[in-house]
Design a protein around this ligand. Sequence first.
Ligand SMILES: *Cc1c(COP(=O)(O)O)cnc(C)c1O
Length: 456
Amino acid sequence: MTTEKIPYKIFLTEDELPKAWYNLRADMKNKPAPLLNPQTHAPMTASELEKVFCKELVAQELDDVNPYIPIPDEILNFYRMYRPSPLVRAYCLEKKLQTPAKIYYKFEGQNTSGSHKLNSAIPQAYYAKKQGLKGVTTETGAGQWGTALAMACSYYGLDCRVFMVKGSYEQKPFRREVMRVYGAGVTPSPSDTTAIGRQILAEHPGTTGSLGCAISEAVETAVNNEGYRYVLGSVLNLVMLHQSIVGLESKAAMDKYGIRPDVIIGCAGGGSNLGGLIAPFMGEMLKGQARYEIIAVEPSSCPSLTRGTFAYDYCDTGRVCPLAKMKTLGANFSPGANRAGGLRYHGMSPVLSQLYEDGYMKAVSVPQTKVFEAAEMFARVEGTLPAPESSHAIRIAIDEALKCKETGEEKTILFGLTGTGYFDMYAYEKFHNHQMDDYIPSDEELQKNFALLPKV
Ligand SMILES: *Cc1c(COP(=O)(O)O)cnc(C)c1O
């Protein structure tokens, strides 16, 4: 087995596709803290959550005990159109770096939406349809999640209404058009279609919007329309559950060739791709069967794991969503002109936050110019144009490989390449024109936002 040359791409056959998601929470001793009602601060009950979210998804969100959740055939059939995704051996990058390290990446960008987000959009749309709903609402910042959800909704025949952060709506018109190809309605946020949107427009005329505001508008629209529910593309436990397919496939592919990663690296926005990638490996660690070095990479402009506080916080600026206990920078935090839209969120998955607190993983933060330097090197040697978000993981994978060059260690590195960057050329342009700043928030600024956290 070990003498066999490892191919550039390791594929699984269709039959080898995982048939169940892995629920990491079942194997955690310290479970993530429950979501709380934002008014009463009591744990959210299933029936309260079901007013906003689909029933089956609520059950998955609250399930801390079942390690495996079977994937329904209707979902597997959609997965089969673009999965399994390739596990690539980065031979060309290794050569360029002249490192003894072996570098692998799991590539999630080979579907039209261009990222891993489709893995959770499909089950979320499927369960909404199965419940007999007419449609779903959501927000999108960079546009990846909105695109993925639009695709999933058109496949299952569900109406999809997306509130897209206005700045992004204007900057990425083609993202918007892809969503419309798939039949989604796209509204720039803040809009005059909701009470919260009208309030924000009155208070801040000319605002380019924010993710927190778009979430509030999407929730309000879902709650006020018969047969609609709200869906979310990251942070929640249920999203991480769906994303476990990424890690399960990676592990199965590596097992085929007897490869064992020493270091596993992923970018962390809300934590769903990293949580999914590490799930089966972390499961082994929690059961005391193996040890891996796990590294979350975040922008130094939005450092929720490395500099955030571990506390209950609002998930949205409108404060309509449940409170989550997580590593957070505070719901009012703004990450400046960070070009990785998918990593601008103020909080972090409660599961990853707990694992981080318990010492099962590390986190590092990197400035964006360093990220784009790594992105460009990767594009030039490996061919694929990476998303700015994914490039955070590339940066640290390269740095780890360079460390191996110094020490002579032959570590095996696995990282998540979450998506492609075709819609991010405005960000690449800023980089090329040296107009990209490396904003780092001051301690005073962070403290100011921590002081505004809800008192729970
Ligand atoms: C949304 C997104 C991310 C970050 O979200 P997570 O929930 O942390 O995974 C990373 N990469 C890409 C390409 C994305 O679209």
